[in-house]
Design a binder for this molecule. Structure first.
Ligand code: PLP
Ligand code: COI
Length: 365
């Protein structure tokens, strides 16, 4: 879809932008433009435009504000050694956005329009892509219902929006291990629910458990299955991996997709990347008892979380109502750090892109 371009006549001052790019943090600053494409029953997707970044004007009775038809995605753009700017597996995010839309009874955005929007925003705001180590431009596509009214039903109009935010480390402590709380009081998702969808409500429902984790001295919540609170599902905004053994014979295992956890693109990529590095990778059911006993026997050597925002983050300590234990020696494990580097090397163009995962958004000048 061709996107009309309306330049921001009052972009951030160059020195302000530079100061932000030197220390972006995560999700605190936004670029000069955004993309907006509207959908109506009559016209489908239309009126796509790149416009100045700014507030949305919404009627207080806008359906999204009441009934939560709101889905989102997250991906990153990275400078490449040849001067181009590229992103990682954007079609996979576009497809997941379509699946989320279906689950929330929202219209599906064509994959091509999703990818075109990334290209248009990163093209115009290319000066916002930071170049320091472990930095990127985080891209946040999202869709809201815009019909005005209080009847509970799928809305008849929607807006797709894309904003960009320069990003450094997601966790302020960088790649230091996070401590996790196994939540048995709250559940994130139940069979038939919205666990597989990237919808705002899943995150709203997680916050009280995150607060409980913090009260227990933990950084993050680990979600367990809704029925028995026994099987490990995922963590906050990340999937989990368990490393068994060490050295060339190590095996990495991630909880299998059960319909209640988010099918992460990082998770999926690591199944392949681990094989490339000579490790066996698998998807399996993992219970909290497997975790505790595997740790006790020494068979389980490392645990890490993975996702777009936080890349790969080691898990250090585990705490539940009944038990607490340290994963391995509590420090970032060698396989965790090797996989992290291998993934970042592909994303930043330092390693060959064997699987065609990288997608150029802005060509080298
Ligand atoms: N799980 C949840 C709940 C998430 O929010 C995310 C982040 O997007 C992930 C897992 C990891 O997904 P991805 O690797 O596609 O970023
Ligand atoms: C991401 O990794 O992109 C996420 O969406 C996780 C979190 C910031 C919600």
């Amino acid at each position: 879809m061709a996107l009309n371009l309306q330049h921001n006549s009052a972009p951030a001052a160059v020195e302000d932008r530079r100061a932000i790019l030197d220390n972006p943090g995560f999700g605190r600053f936004f670029t000069d433009h955004m993309v907006k494409v509207d959908w109506t029953v009559a016209d489908g997707w239309a009126d796509g435009a790149v416009i100045p970044y700014g507030p949305l004007s919404l009627d207080p009775a806008t359906m999204a504000l009441h009934y939560g038809q709101l889905i989102f995605e997250g991906l990153k753009a990275y400078h490449q050694p040849d001067g181009s700017i590229a992103t990682f597996r954007p079609e996979a995010n576009a497809q997941r956005f379509q699946r989320s839309a279906r689950r929330l009874a929202m219209p599906e955005l064509p994959v091509e329009t999703f990818v075109d929007s990334l290209q248009a925003l990163v093209d115009i705001d290319r000066s916002w892509v930071p170049s320091g180590a472990d930095t990127s431009l985080y891209l946040r596509p999202f869709m809201i219902s815009t019909e005005v009214g209080l009847g509970v039903r799928p809305a008849d109009s929607y807006s797709y929006l894309l904003i960009g935010s320069p990003a450094g480390a997601y966790f302020p402590r960088g790649v230091q291990p996070v401590n996790v709380w196994l939540s048995t009081e709250y559940t994130r998702a139940a069979p038939g629910g919205t666990g597989e969808a990237k919808c705002a409500g899943n995150y709203a429902a997680s916050l009280v458990a995150q607060a409980q984790a913090a009260a227990e001295g933990c950084d993050q919540v680990v979600w367990l299955d809704a029925v028995e609170h026994r099987l490990v599902e995922e963590m906050g905004g990340m999937n989990l991996y368990f490393v068994y053994g060490s050295g060339p014979n190590a095996r990495i295992v991630t909880p299998k997709l059960s319909g209640t956890l988010l099918p992460g693109i990082t998770r999926d990529s690591l199944l392949t990347l681990a094989n490339d590095l000579g490790y066996v990778s698998a998807e399996a059911e993992i219970s909290t008892e497997d975790w505790r006993l595997g740790n006790e026997s020494g068979e389980l050597t490392e645990v890490f979380a993975c996702g777009t925002a936080a890349v790969i983050t080691p898990v250090g300590e585990v705490k539940s109502a009944a038990h607490s234990w340290t994963v391995g020696d509590g420090k970032p494990g060698p396989i965790t750090m090797q996989l992290r580097q291998a993934l970042l090397d592909v994303q930043t163009g330092e390693a060959p892109d064997k699987h065609g995962w990288m997608h150029t958004l802005v060509a080298a000048e």
